[in-house]
Design a protein around this ligand. Structure first.
Ligand code: BTN
Length: 339
């Protein structure tokens, strides 16, 4: 495999320029392209083309070959090439650059390395698969190749660290709005930032930051979304889902672009002090407000009525003794209609 030694993350695998050019040619063709045609367009021998195609296949790309017709991308190959991500999107804040990897341990970890090296706000790290994808609360994030979205955005807001949960909430709103725009499906949010579809987890957000003198130095905001994942291994099968559970497949590129558009808009509004309106939208999308919930944080378990979310993102939990508790982090394990 083409392990990229120039990128300072062990295990990072990227497409080289020739592989990208080959994919681009195959993508642009409505039908098969002969080895001779590809060789001519790329200025390579037919053997060199064949070798590159073999390498793409090793990397997980589905390139079909027919001795009579030549090569084509399998119709089910959902291509996510870096140059397509931002093209034509009128973004104000999140304008790249885009770093695309065939494989990374974790896009959040790669984004942290880039951010420490001075990567600008709006830097996007995308991976086709992650070997050590991380979820909240120290969990693993299953990241099978080519079927999900695994991305991390670098943000550099000049804010105190206590403002971080607001960014996570607005990113969740952006995910729900992007799914609606790209697929027409109406998903919901479970506090703090699980994306739910038909009661199961479709996606999540992992926001991490580094601070300097009590000001955020940079934020890495990671999004994982199960798009065309056909099935999940036990024990995930009972709690996780993907958009493909509708029986259709969806373009990851369209979803990433829709998320960037929604995120750019919401981030701009956040910087213009319009977070209250974003929080109202979050409330509309929240599926657990008004329900009796059980929340776990480490060994602690608390039950109460999920009243509302506070302006700083804390969940307001009405306990049986009449007190209202602010819950800053944890996981809702169970929810049921109150009353
Ligand atoms: C959660 O537990 O709900 C958050 C999951 C976040 C997963 C994403 S996938 C892209 C980014 N890189 C990671 O290692 N994690 C996040």
């Amino acid at each position: 495999m083409a392990v990229d030694a120039s990128f300072p993350i062990p295990g990072a695998v990227r497409l080289d320029d020739a592989q990208q050019a080959l994919l681009r040619l195959l993508q642009s063709a409505p039908t098969h392209l002969s080895g001779a045609h590809l060789a001519d367009r790329l200025g390579l021998s037919r053997t060199a083309v064949w070798k590159r195609i073999e390498r793409l296949r090793t990397l997980g790309y589905q390139v079909e070959g027919s001795p009579r017709l030549g090569y084509r991308l399998a119709p089910e190959q959902d291509l996510l090439l870096p140059e397509d991500v931002l093209t034509g999107l009128p973004l104000q804040w999140l304008r790249g650059p885009v770093h695309h990897f065939v494989s990374l341990p974790s896009t959040n970890d790669a984004a942290k390395v880039l951010a420490r090296q001075g990567a600008p706000e709006g830097t996007l790290v995308l991976a086709e698969t992650q070997s050590a994808g991380r979820g909240r609360l120290g969990r693993t994030w299953e990241s099978p190749p080519g079927t999900g979205i695994y991305l991390t955005l670098v943000l550099r807001p000049s804010l105190p660290p206590a403002e971080l949960p607001k960014l996570t909430l607005l990113a969740a709103v952006a995910v729900v709005e992007a799914i609606q725009a790209a697929t027409g499906l109406h998903t919901g949010i479970k506090w703090p930032n699980d994306i739910l579809w038909q009661g199961k987890k479709l996606g999540g957000i992992l926001t991490e930051m580094e601070t300097e003198s009590d000001i955020i130095f940079h934020v890495v905001l990671g999004v994982g979304l199960n798009v065309n994942t056909p099935a999940f291994p036990a024990p995930l099968a009972g709690i996780a889902t993907s958009l493909a559970s509708t029986g259709q497949t969806y373009s990851r590129l369209a979803l990433v672009r829709a998320w960037l558009s929604a995120m750019d808009d919401l981030y701009g509004r956040f910087l213009r002090q319009e977070f209250a309106a974003i929080l109202d939208r979050w409330r509309q999308l929240a599926v657990t407000l008004g329900q009796t919930v059980t929340i776990r944080r480490g060994d602690q378990i608390k039950t109460g009525l999920a009243l509302d979310v506070a302006p700083d993102g804390a969940l307001l939990l009405a306990r049986a003794d009449g007190t209202v508790e602010r819950i800053l982090s944890g996981e809702i394990q169970q929810a049921s209609p109150s009353g």
